[in-house]
Design a protein around this ligand. Structure first.
Ligand SMILES: Nc1nc2c(c(=O)[nH]1)N[C@H]1C(S)=C(S)[C@@H](COP(=O)(O)OP(=O)(O)OC[C@H]3O[C@@H](n4cnc5c(=O)[nH]c(N)nc54)[C@H](O)[C@@H]3O)O[C@H]1N2
Ligand SMILES: Nc1nc2c(c(=O)[nH]1)N[C@H]1C(S)=C(S)[C@@H](COP(=O)(O)OP(=O)(O)OC[C@H]3O[C@@H](n4cnc5c(=O)[nH]c(N)nc54)[C@H](O)[C@@H]3O)O[C@H]1N2
Ligand code: SF4
Ligand SMILES: [Mo]
Length: 712
């Protein structure tokens, strides 16, 4: 028999998800179809395994609900009734509507809205910046994630990549602070867990018993938003008990005397009253961190998400400089390795195209920008969403929906699915998925750049984000070279190949291996701050920050606006404890109505809101649930499995009660990502969260919210 030979080919992939792990993958393609996606076995962090979210990534590409053609709304806003149109019709409609808006209101009446649905340097959150900057649209400041942490980090230590996650094999003590690694950073967790099995102590500081906290040798449970007091008390203890590397402090830090004065009254007893963590435990933690020398601290983004988040992170950043942990491979801090990546953000974003004086609207304030609450001249008349699903992910989501219902608002969305945001679009443009486009994926969780090769044809009439913006640019007559390059050419253009981090790494290397570790030292020898060398103005760790004098700047790690935001209110030159806005102790009047703090971390089974539309993923994650302590449940006659209402003045959502000691009295936990169009009761966690910024970096206050809970 002469059956035609099967053609099976393997291609390099890089996971495009907003995840610190940036796994290196192999795509298996058979006769033009993607049949399998696996983690690269030889990659030191991926080690052959993907996570539950991506385990059937090949099938995800063929999901029957995927958008394959441009659509135009035919029913009322949000009714999810669309008709198929051609690309030419879609582009013509966008041209006509935007041209009309520009004529009547000016280009700033249009705003792009994107985040990290895709993390590639080509297809990621910046992909539309050159086009919209050229158009003169309102600039959207994107501070969903990491800007508070990054601002605090930069103020103290400058843009250093910090500790290599792989160097944790050399750590003698490990602290995971506000990070649920088992769910959110699985490929770092493997390394931590192996080190732990060798006998190295793992401490997890988390407001509830997360999957990671359950694996800790010691779980420390501060009340939500009180970590700043804990960190200041650690500093107090290190100083009072002389657990200090005096030589390191002398040579490589700035402002020790001022820090000492600031921390003087921050005793463990003072912190115990605020955090609920026993004073003796705080002393013990300080002593153990000092004694171990090579102490590693992994900070998660959750630390930035209460009003004092930035100040908390600055305090934590002081600790390894006080103890001298930076002298040791495996000692120091890990938060945002991205700072080492030599990417040409000026080429990627083209901030030079932004007309002088263009206004900026922050992405967390979308609701009030759309519903009329924010005074805007001109008002927003059009928004284009790509790589983002704010109806699920952004705070005060009821206001967003209210705004999106406006008949006069022209909404464009580029998407894979009709998400809860795209449901309100007038025009939807179908976007490609990972295997259907070229890209290079950065990482904010390790030091590898990862190549992603297009290996199958784009299905239907889908187009990559970069291609979508090429088409829009052509439609608007923008003919700069910026808009003429292929996706592959953009990759070449966006990396600074001459940077020392890229020594010996070329496009050929990527095509051969699929990934490359930046030349920033190896996991076995990287010790970047053994002798100071901090990229701050003083070259030292700045306990007393010189950047603070410049005012409240916002260090967005994906930086279109990075330099644009110096100025504003002055910032405390020293770290300290800043209480939460919404805590029973700090806001007793509000707590009378809404006595419980809510924490809304990531779901184990979803990636933000992605995959939460796939029935089998929801099945393994479980329907929206709410962890509640038996004391709080009994007081409300709530029993395991009851459907409960979680609400405050901003809105309400429903979830199934899980009555458990995993959370403290006074704290409920409900994970993020569910689509409100598919939940019981039609809400999701962000209906209750506040759109107020925290005190640094315009970060969201997602762990700084009070609610009440009752049986539904
Ligand atoms: N499975 C999965 N993985 C993901 C994602 C996902 O949606 N799902 N999202 C990705 C993204 S975008 C990000 S930014 C990362 C984030 O990953 P993480 O940094 O792990 O962030 P979160 O899951 O928001 O919160 C982590 C932990 O912080 C705790 N926490 C909340 N508030 C406080 C507090 O005030 N103090 C302390 N000490 N702890 C607190 C929460 O209880 C939670 O267990 O994960 C990425 N990975
Ligand atoms: N309450 C609460 N809210 C939170 C958080 C929290 O911990 N608690 N976490 C916050 C954090 S850390 C983050 S990072 C944000 C994330 O917020 P988002 O980035 O908005 O999150 P996603 O749900 O990943 O939405 C991305 C969308 O992009 C689409 N997409 C994916 N790839 C592509 C592509 O190639 N092209 C196009 N056009 N679209 C694509 C996906 O289908 C998805 O709908 O959420 C924040 N919101
Ligand atoms: S989502 Fe994260 S852990 Fe899962 S495959 Fe992608 S990079 Fe790896
Ligand atoms: Mo994030």
């Amino acid at each position: 028999m002469n059956a035609p030979a099967e053609t099976i080919e393997i291609f390099h992939g890089g996971c495009p998800q907003d995840c610190p792990d940036t796994c290196a993958m192999n795509y298996t393609v058979k006769d033009g179809k993607l049949i399998d996606v696996q983690g690269k076995p030889e990659h030191p962090m991926t080690r052959g395994g993907l996570c539950v979210k991506l385990k059937d990534f090949a099938d995800h590409h063929y999901n029957s609900e995927r958008l394959l053609y441009p659509l135009k709304r035919k029913g009322p806003k949000g009714s999810r009734q669309f008709v198929r149109i051609t690309w030419d019709e879609a582009l013509a409609e966008i041209k006509e509507r935007w041209t009309g808006i520009i004529r009547e209101y000016g280009a700033q009446a249009i705003m792009p809205y994107s985040y990290l649905g895709n993390q590639g340097i080509v297809q990621g959150l910046n992909v539309g910046d050159p086009f919209f900057n050229k158009l003169g649209a309102t600039v959207c400041e994107r501070t969903f994630c990491g800007s508070g942490s990054s601002t605090a980090w930069l103020m103290t230590m400058g843009p250093t990549g910090g500790l290599d996650p792989e160097s944790f094999v050399h750590s003698q003590y490990m602290v995971i602070w506000g990070c649920n690694s088992v769910s959110t950073n699985l490929h770092h967790w493997h390394i931590i867990h192996e080190t732990q099995k060798k006998g190295v102590k793992l401490v997890v500081i988390d407001t509830y018993k997360s999957l990671t906290a359950k694996q800790a040798d010691w779980h420390i449970i501060p009340k939500p938003g009180t970590d700043g007091a804990l960190a200041m008390a650690l500093i107090n203890t290190l100083i009072e008990q002389n657990l200090l590397d005096h030589d390191y402090i002398e040579k490589y830090t700035l402002g020790f005397e001022e820090l000492k004065a600031r921390a003087k009254d921050c005793t463990p007893e003072w912190a115990e009253a605020i955090t609920g963590v026993a004073a003796a435990d705080i002393r013990k933690l300080a002593k153990e961190m000092y004694d171990a020398k090579a102490t590693a601290i992994r900070m998660g983004v959750a630390l930035e998400r209460h009003h004092g988040g930035g100040q908390t992170i600055r305090a934590v950043c002081c600790i390894p400089a006080l103890t001298g942990a930076w002298r040791h491979v495996g000692g120091g801090l890990m938060q945002m390795p991205l700072w080492e990546f030599p990417l040409k953000f000026d080429r990627i974003c083209r901030p030079d195209y932004i007309p002088q004086g263009t206004r900026v609207i922050n992405n967390l304030r979308l609701g009030q920008a759309l519903n009329g609450e924010m005074p805007l001249h001109p008002p927003l008349k059009s928004v284009m969403f790509y790589n983002a699903n704010p109806v699920s992910q952004a705070p005060e989501s009821n206001k967003i929906v209210e705004g999106l219902m406006r008949e006069d608002l022209f909404v464009v969305a580029a998407e894979h699915f009709i998400t809860d945001t795209a449901a309100y679009a007038d025009i939807i443009l179908p976007a490609t998925m990972a295997a259907e486009m070229d890209d290079m994926i950065l990482s904010w969780g390790h030091f590898y750049l990862t190549y992603n090769a297009k290996c199958i044809d784009a299905p239907g009439e889908t187009a990559s984000n970069a291609e979508i913006f090429r088409r829009l640019a052509r439609t608007f007559g923008f003919d700069d070279p910026q808009f003429q390059r292929t996706d592959a050419e953009m990759i070449e253009d966006y990396i600074d190949w001459t940077a020392p981090q890229m020594a010996g790494i070329t496009m050929e290397t990527f095509k051969q291996d699929g990934y490359a570790h930046l030349k920033v030292g190896t996991p076995d020898d990287r010790c970047p701050h053994k002798e100071g060398n901090f990229p701050t103005p003083s070259g030292k760790v700045e306990f007393k920050s010189s950047a603070a004098a410049g005012g409240n700047f916002v260090a967005t790690p994906f930086r279109q606006l990075y330099d644009a935001f110096q100025g504003g209110e002055p910032v405390d030159p020293l770290p300290g404890y800043v209480p939460s806005r919404e805590r029973p102790e700090t806001n007793p009047a509000l707590a009378l109505k809404y006595p419980l703090n809510i924490v809304t971390p990531k779901s184990h089974g979803f990636l933000n809101s992605q995959y939460a539309n796939e029935a089998h993923k929801v099945k393994s994650q479980g329907d929206q649930y709410v962890l509640i302590n038996p004391v709080d449940a009994a007081a409300r006659d709530i029993h395991p499995g009851n459907l409960i209402r979680v609400f405050n003045d901003r809105g309400e959502f429903h979830g199934e009660a899980r009555v458990t000691d995993d959370t403290l009295p006074g704290v409920v936990v409900a994970t993020l990502g569910y689509w409100r169009s598919r939940t019981k009761g039609g809400g999701a966690v962000n209906v209750i969260s506040s759109d107020q910024f925290v005190n640094l970096g315009h970060a969201p206050s997602l762990s700084d919210n009070l609610v009440q809970v009752e049986a539904a």
